[in-house]
Design a protein around this ligand. Structure first.
Ligand code: G3P
Length: 285
């Protein structure tokens, strides 16, 4: 059962509906699920297989529909294929297709110029979005600005904690900074903590007041075994060794095009998602 004092929504980060079932059985609830090309490629039914371009989309559709049927009250994030050359129009075409698959989709776009253009148009058209591969406050501010017309619940921002930790920066500082920056805003963007690698990330995100956490099943299991705590007792040695990320004063009221949104990890992340997706496809099929 969900702890009564837990305000943060809990999502599963997985491309496998079997894990959705397990998470539901384990926690007794699940508020949503996020998927991405790398997670779909890890689905046991996809591993070692080669699909045609059409088949792989059918496979993704099947996964997403099954997940949606298991958590019809929740949200299911479906990610567009994007590489460095993908245009806003190409992303929008995919988004419209995905949106017709299930009634509870959030469309994931990468937080680059074309993705932000697509998000701006999508929210104006009444679509829900989840902006992914977010690594700094300028990107978070740009997402806020590009989606200004939308209502709470329609826009998620996915900052990737673990990938910042991987390069020695304290990813949890970035979560705290983003929440602080959004505080004076209108609340239309929900902070969805992603790239969660430890129970520490998980519980600290709750403590910081993150709107949503998406977590691999492994961490959900640890959380359940600990009795679903909503506070952490102490700071771990690990996070003490990470470089602090200082807070930046950014004005949320500028046009989104004015923020410097370039980030090396966003570019690398796009490359990895694209290569994992393309790895599923046999072009001769
Ligand atoms: O939620 C995003 C996540 O799937 C990425 O996690 O561990 O590959 O950085 P990771």
């Amino acid at each position: 059962m969900k702890p009564s004092n837990l305000k943060t929504k809990i999502f599963l980060d997985s491309g496998d509906p079997k894990e959705t079932r397990e998470a539901l059985a384990l926690l007794g609830f699940l508020d949503g699920q996020t998927t991405n090309p790398s997670l779909v490629a890890k689905n046991p039914e996809a591993v070692g297989k080669k699909f045609s371009a059409a088949e792989v989309l059918n496979f993704y559709e099947g996964v997403v529909k099954e997940v949606s049927s298991l958590i019809p009250q929740g949200s299911v994030s479906v990610e567009v294929y994007a590489d460095k050359d993908t245009s806003c129009e190409e992303m929008l075409d995919q988004a419209k297709n995905f949106y017709a698959w299930i009634p509870n989709a959030h469309i994931k776009y990468p937080t680059v110029t074309e993705g932000l253009k697509a998000a701006e148009i999508s929210v104006k058209d009444g679509m829900r979005v989840n902006m992914t591969l977010v690594f700094n406050q300028a990107q978070a501010a740009a997402v806020y600005a590009a989606t200004r017309s939308s209502k709470k619940g329609d826009v998620f921002l996915s900052p990737f904690v673990g990938r910042l930790d991987d390069r020695g920066e304290n990813g949890m500082d970035f979560i705290a900074n983003t929440i602080k920056m959004y505080q004076p805003g209108d609340g239309h963007v929900e902070v969805l903590v992603a790239s969660v690698r430890s129970i520490d990330h998980f519980v600290k995100s709750i403590e910081l007041g993150a709107d949503i956490i998406t977590s691999p099943l492994k961490i959900l299991k640890q959380w359940a075994e600990l009795g679903m705590p909503v506070t952490s007792k102490q700071q771990t040695a690990d996070s003490n060794q990470l470089r602090p990320i200082p807070y930046e004063e950014l004005d949320l009221n500028r046009p989104w095009q004015e923020y410097n949104i370039q980030h090396e990890l966003t570019d690398k992340g796009i490359e990895k998602f694209a290569s994992d997706w393309n790895g599923l496809i046999d072009k001769s099929k």
